[in-house]
Write a protein that binds this ligand. Structure first.
Ligand code: PLP
Length: 364
């Protein structure tokens, strides 16, 4: 980068705004903070590309088929974001005025700007859960009778792993029962698998078995896998034909986007194997925090790369400012609950340093 470039980015960086040393800061706000490595950038630069609106980008085609094969699905479709992936999958499997079932803490419910109401024109019925798994009786209660004045339940959505439940993966026993429940009522299931790669690390089923639990899955390349952009949705060929139309309608048809798909393929091959280390780092961090007076943390809920904890007696803004002073940047996931997310560019040494930074913030 030129000196001018450095000056410009420093001037506008949030690091400068908060007046901290960004080089030493351990930033655990999200696994979306990953930046492409030198090798990933090389893979992007060398990608064979074509016009994907004509279906002629070889790297995108390879990525789509690779991800579809991982989950035993007929086809995949590259989309710019997880949000677009979820919304396309909702739109192609519902009719206007349907109701869809989601966890009350789901990303599709909280963080997608009511997009399902605007794009698919459906309403979401949010069911409270403690871990992203619906109690079957509760799900049954939410199935509306087939009267003309009730909305039709068109789709069940789940999130694996579940962000607002601290990265908990859904159990295969639960997913088996859910599939049975949905099949008996002829309702499709969509999985927001933004962190499906993390879920698979902790699962006792293969990725193809996991794929069979769902009609459609949206997986992100831009979180733990470290790509700068992109998600892939998978499903039947018929569903992907419909998805292609909706993606175009939403302006998500891209041209020589093989340079982005190459980053995803690189992430799948080279960064996916590092997810186990992220999970180990999250655990190391969580165990460290559990030894700090004033920190409340449930170690049983630390299963993947996300750690949630609370600090007694310190308002969020004070705690965040103190942690920043001590070299740790975090964000609350809800009032009074901090979230730390681990990714391949956070080392085990940084985890230990982050624990010490938080100890100083809480105990001083
Ligand atoms: C669980 C979950 N689903 C979907 C998304 C949306 O992904 P994107 O930011 O690529 O739209 C995110 C993003 O953080 C997420 O955490």
């Amino acid at each position: 980068m030129t000196t001018e470039g450095c000056f410009v980015s420093r001037q506008f960086s949030t690091a400068n705004f908060f007046n901290y040393d960004s080089d030493r800061m351990i930033d655990l706000r999200s696994d979306t903070l990953t930046t492409p490595t030198e090798e990933m950038r090389q893979a992007m630069a060398n990608a064979v590309v074509g016009d994907d609106v004509y279906g002629e980008d070889a790297t995108i085609n390879l990525l789509q088929q690779t991800v579809a094969d991982i989950f035993g699905k007929e086809r995949g479709l590259f989309v710019p974001s997880g949000t677009m992936g979820n919304q396309i999958c909702i739109a192609i499997q519902t009719q206007s005025a349907d109701e869809i079932i989601a966890d009350a803490d789901a990303h599709v419910f909280h963080y997608e700007n009511a997009a399902a109401a605007v794009i698919a024109r459906v309403q979401i019925s949010g069911i409270q859960t403690t871990n992203g798994e619906f109690a079957m009786e509760e799900l049954e209660r939410n199935m509306r009778p087939p009267a003309y004045y009730y909305p039709r339940v068109g789709l069940i959505t789940v999130e694996n792993t579940h962000l607002r439940h601290g990265g908990l993966p859904l159990s295969s026993d639960y997913l088996r029962s859910l599939r049975k429940f949905a099949d008996a009522r002829n309702i499709p299931i969509h999985c927001d698998g933004a962190r499906m790669w993390n879920a698979l690390e902790e699962s006792d089923v293969t990725s193809v078995e996991m794929g069979a639990f769902f009609d459609t899955i949206s997986v992100c390349l831009s979180k733990g896998l470290g790509a700068p952009v992109g998600s892939v949705i998978v499903g039947t060929s018929q569903n992907m034909d419909k998805a292609l139309r909706v993606r175009k309608m939403l302006g998500g048809g891209m041209r020589q986007a093989g340079i982005l798909a190459a980053a995803g393929l690189y992430g799948l091959q080279h960064i996916r194997p590092l997810l186990t280390t992220d999970h180990a780092n999250a655990r190391q961090f969580a165990v460290g925090l559990s030894g700090i007076n004033g920190v409340a943390i449930d170690l049983d809920r630390v299963k993947t790369n996300i750690v949630m904890f609370s600090v007694r007696g310190l308002p969020d803004d004070v705690l965040l400012a103190k942690m920043l002073e001590n070299g740790v940047r975090l964000a609350p996931i809800k009032p009074g609950v901090m979230r730390a997310v681990f990714y391949h560019q956070i080392s085990s040494e940084q985890c230990a340093a982050a624990v010490e930074g938080i100890r100083k913030s809480v105990e001083s």
